[in-house]
Design a protein around this ligand. Structure first.
Ligand SMILES: *Cc1c(COP(=O)(O)O)cnc(C)c1O
Length: 970
């Protein structure tokens, strides 16, 4: 036998192995795809498509890529720089025990985290049931009539509550009163929001609010329940005084406390808001967590955010759908009441399942245990001679510490715990679900200072309750069977599985949604988010304990700066919409700093995503629409005219690049120059960065500000509609105007306040993007962009003979004309020839096992397809085959073989039950309905409901759990 030498070690060490796992097509696939499109090489395709004028001159400077194992090890070392102490900091963030069955089967399960926002109702019934449970949980506990399906965090929910009150209240006053004991981060975000809207915010001691309202009118009053320092007061007299003075009453309430306390609804509140974090979502240095917003029935049509409602399907069975203002930014644009788009669906699902699992009795027991431990802690402290500033409490005590405050805090840290500096000479101590007898004893030891410490046994049986009798809750909550059934782990596991089985997420098929970049969310990227070093740390822990997050922030913003060409980046905004808002505030702050506060005009092309005008409105700007040409580019003549007309007041233009039509405007540099010449700044919406990373950088081709969507381009999963991260990126002279965070001790010279509750926003999901960039490196990221463009062009090329490709570049030698990373299929001509609508095609795709592309955005009657680099060629082909087969079906309608009103497209999606019905009266075979292509026989996704009736749902708005008898077949 000849001796075969082994390969050289260096040849076996493939540092970019992850790139090949992230990117679907391999070299052979790429050759086949190019052959279908035309250009001889990837280089030639990209050169034909990316305008020379914007191509970046130098590659990104990123560290060389690591393998998955190496990257995890490097990140672990970063995580280890965080010091996780037991938190008694409270202030809206509490320790919680995520039930294992929820941790593993929801939070760490791609069936849940890779799902998209439930715009396609039929394939989203599972997560919408969970969200209806969330809404019911919130309305029950708060005693309000209606709640939405999550807000970004408690502080932004507080700000939205303020603007809701301003909209629906009768008062014309511009003054808003906030109680002295509101969470400081909520007050900070409220102040940021209030300023551009001309609202004056006054902080007033709760006991003086009635007098203050009598002296000066206000449109709203915001109270915290319990207060930040733990005090419980009867809010009813204050709420009554507010109403008597014509003001709306808003209550920020802790849901766990509400299991024991009279609810805000019973106290007469008009709006309630708060966080659901302590229902199973780790503190995660500030997020992601679902906040809630609830209100009275009369104001339901003004509620911001998404609301899940119950409707019926085509067979008359109940079915869930997003109700009312679902895409209100797209419909109402600058008249939209809020810019919130991506919310916090995954954390909301976790919180709702926490309530399902524990049930009302379980939640009450958890809350009572916290209340009893807190009362015991109080007794012991008092016995040792400490004075408490109030004798009411649920979970938080306020201790007079005098000059010993700092020494006590240091002693606490030495014993592995953090106390909150409530004022110069007082301390806050909060307990939570994770607190134990040992914690109470350890806290006593901190305060003992040499004295004899009490023992739990002294108080365990005789403790005096600290919840005043008048505030003790007597009303029921969570009485629906869903909260009273799944309490064994077996039942819970099956309930979770039953829900996720109804849904179509990325773990089953491609989700070709234009503008949303539904790419791989690699497991290695997801693993770190539940590491204790990242998950169990309080956002306001001392800075030295958060060193790991600080390092993560520095590295990630540095890498994103390389990708975007910007100088300064804040990771604080917790969705793209919030990044837009923060970016516009930066522009407004800059103008104001130069004495140009009157510059308020924001130019927005008609093609813009709806959040753009909505954010501009929130930033107090005046939106002026700029036309687009027939080819989809911004009309530069109209731009010049509008710039000229508004030259004195021009603040900014907001463009998306490549545009939402999926085209690279060759003139973008000229566009930026025109706006700059008129004194405006250029905002480039970075939601389409997946077409740019490594090839072009907005900060280099004329942009002054951009936001990124880390939940699109940088691999954070969509979670069924959040969490997201929307970093705001700016050029050098705007860096001082990035958001600050005074509560966390971060001030910026420009004075733009906080836009999120926590300084790093949804901090706990940042490791996902860190992992992605660390494993891809500069070449890998560039390849990803190129393959994303290649894949979109492949789809355009394959479908060009069957559908009209709207807005292509018209490039010679590129079949399909050349598109960016997505392409728009124009179905309007087919509507005329066959009566089949874009929606019918979207629903028929469900029968073929696909999530529909983006429907009717940015152009009504079209489908926008974005394949991303992660989809393998086989999946791209399966999708193209489905679209071509559907075109054949449309032809059958055109030819009259199938009636216009009775064909597989109009009746899609087909449920198993409808196909098994005894009489089948349709003009096409059951087989045609269920198995239009042979590959479906190997495995098929069955839609759990028929087509959902949108009109019925809005007419008969119902947004909580269905009465049991209403379920289909029961
Ligand atoms: C997704 C998107 C946004 C909004 O981002 P969210 O994270 O959903 O708030 C803004 N602009 C464009 C073009 C988008 O595609």
């Amino acid at each position: 036998m000849p001796h075969t030498a082994l390969p050289r070690l260096a040849d076996l060490e493939n540092a970019s192995e992850f790139t090949a796992r992230h990117i679907g097509p391999d070299a052979a696939d790429e050759a086949r795809m190019l052959a279908a499109i035309g250009p001889a090489s990837r280089r030639a395709l990209i050169d034909a498509i990316i305008p020379r004028a914007i191509a970046r001159p130098t590659p990104m400077e990123l560290p060389a890529p690591l393998s998955e194992a190496q990257a995890l090890a490097e990140l672990k070392a970063l995580a280890a720089q965080n010091r996780v102490l037991t938190s008694h900091l409270g202030c809206g963030y509490f320790g919680t025990l995520t039930p294992g069955v929820i941790l593993r089967n929801v939070l760490e399960n791609p069936a849940w985290y890779t799902a998209y926002t439930p715009y396609q109702a039929e394939i989203s019934q599972g997560r919408m049931e969970a969200l209806v449970n969330f809404q019911t949980m919130v309305t029950d506990l708060t005693g309000m009539a209606i709640a939405n399906a999550s807000m970004l965090d408690e502080a932004t929910a507080a700000a939205e509550a303020m603007t809701l009150a301003a909209r629906v209240g009768k008062s014309k006053a511009t003054r808003f009163v906030v109680a002295h004991d509101v969470l400081p981060q909520s007050l900070e975000v409220i102040r940021t929001r209030a300023k551009p809207l001309g609202i004056t915010v006054d902080q007033v001691h709760a006991t003086e609010i009635a007098a203050s309202l009598a002296a000066a009118p206000a449109f709203g009053v915001l109270l915290q329940y319990p207060g930040v320092n733990g005090q419980l007061r009867d809010l009813k007299p204050i709420i009554d005084a507010a109403h008597a003075a014509g003001a709306m009453a808003i209550v920020g309430a802790d849901l766990l406390a509400l299991t024991l306390l009279v609810s805000p609804g019973e106290l007469g509140a008009d709006i309630a808001f708060g966080s659901t974090q302590r229902f199973g979502m780790p503190m995660g240095a500030g997020g992601p967590h679902a906040a809630y917003l609830a209100t009275q029935d009369a104001f339901k049509r003004s509620l911001p955010g998404r609301l899940v409602g119950v409707s019926v399907d085509s067979h008359g069975a109940p079915a869930y759908r997003l109700a009312l203002q679902t895409r209100e930014q797209h419909i109402r644009r600058e008249k939209a009441t809020s810019n919130i788009c991506t919310a916090q669906v995954l954390p909301a699902v976790v919180a709702s399942l926490y309530a399902v699992y524990h049930g009302p009795a379980g939640l009450k027991r958890i809350a009572q245990r916290v209340a009893v431990l807190t009362a015991i802690l109080a007794e012991g402290l008092k016995a040792m001679g400490w004075r408490l500033l109030h004798d009411t409490a649920f979970d938080t005590l306020h201790v007079e510490a005098g000059e010993r405050r700092d020494a006590l805090m240091a002693a606490a840290v030495a014993s592995g715990r953090n106390l909150r500096a409530a004022s110069a000479d007082t301390l806050g101590i909060s307990l939570d679900e994770t607190s134990t007898r040992a914690d109470v004893e350890a806290l006593w030891a901190v305060f003992a200072q040499g004295n004899v410490t009490p023992t739990i046994a002294q108080y365990a049986d005789t403790v005096t309750p600290m919840i005043p009798a008048a505030l003790q809750r007597t009303s029921d909550y969570l009485t629906h069977p869903v909260f009273n059934t799944h309490h064994s782990e077996t039942e819970m596991l099956r309930y979770i599985r039953m829900l996720s089985d109804k849904d179509l997420a990325l773990d089953r098929s491609m989700i070709p949604l234009g503008s949303c970049t539904m790419k791989l969310n690699a497991t290695s990227e997801m693993i770190p988010i539940t590491w204790p070093e990242f998950a169990h740390i309080h956002p306001f822990a001392p800075a030295e304990q958060l060193a790991g997050y600080a390092a993560l922030n520095t590295q990630l913003t540095g890498w994103l700066a390389q990708a975007t060409g910007y100088s300064g980046i804040s990771l604080q905004p917790n969705a793209g919409s919030q990044g837009e808002y923060a970016g516009l505030l930066a522009i407004m702050g800059w103008h104001a700093s130069r004495g140009d506060a009157h510059r308020k005009v924001c130019l927005i092309p008609e093609s813009a995503h709806g959040t753009n005008p909505a954010s501009a409105q929130m930033a107090g700007m005046q939106v002026v629409v700029v036309k687009c040409e027939a080819g989809g580019n911004v009309d530069l003549d109209d731009l010049r005219a509008k710039c000229g007309k508004h030259a004195a007041d021009l603040a900014a233009i907001m463009i998306t690049y490549p545009s939402t039509y999926g085209v690279f405007e060759p003139q973008v540099r000229t566009l930026c120059e025109i706006v700059h010449a008129h004194g405006g700044r250029v905002y480039v919406d970075g939601a389409n960065m997946n077409a740019l990373v490594g090839l072009a950088a907005p900060g280099e081709f004329g942009g002054d500000v951009s936001h990124l969507n880390l939940h699109k381009t940088f691999c954070i999963p969509h979670g069924g509609g959040g969490p997201g991260v929307g970093p705001v990126c700016v050029v050098e002279d705007l860096v001082p105007f990035l958001p600050g965070h005074a509560t966390a001790g971060e001030k910026r010279a420009g004075g733009v306040g906080a836009v999120s509750a926590a300084p790093l926003g949804n901090a706990a999901v940042l490791p996902i993007s860190w992992m992605y960039i660390r494993m891809m490196g500069a070449d890998g990221l560039k390849s990803a962009t190129e393959i994303a463009i290649l894949s979109a062009n492949y789809i355009a090329a394959r479908l060009a003979d069957h559908y009209d490709i709207h807005f292509s570049g018209g490039i010679d030698g590129v079949k399909g004309g050349g598109v960016a990373h997505e392409c728009i299929l124009d179905l309007r001509p087919l509507k005329d020839s066959s009566g089949v609508s874009a929606e019918d095609v979207a629903k028929r795709l469900i029968d073929y096992g696909f999530h529909a592309p983006t429907l009717s955005f940015p152009v009504a009657g079209t489908l926008m397809v974005e394949p991303t680099e992660s989809e393998p060629l086989a999946e791209l082909d399966r999708f193209c085959d489905a679209m071509i087969a559907i075109r054949g079906e449309i032809a059958q309608v055109e030819s009259g073989a199938w009636p216009r009103e009775d064909n597989p497209l109009k009746n899609a999606p087909h449920t198993a039950a409808s196909l098994l019905a005894n009489d089948w009266t349709h003009a096409y075979a059951r087989e045609t309905a269920a198995y239009p292509v042979a590959s479906l026989r190997r495995g098929k996704y069955w839609s759990p409901v028929g087509r959902v009736d949108n009109v019925h749902g809005d007419r008969n708005l119902f947004c909580s759990c269905l009465p049991v008898g209403d379920y289909a077949g029961e």
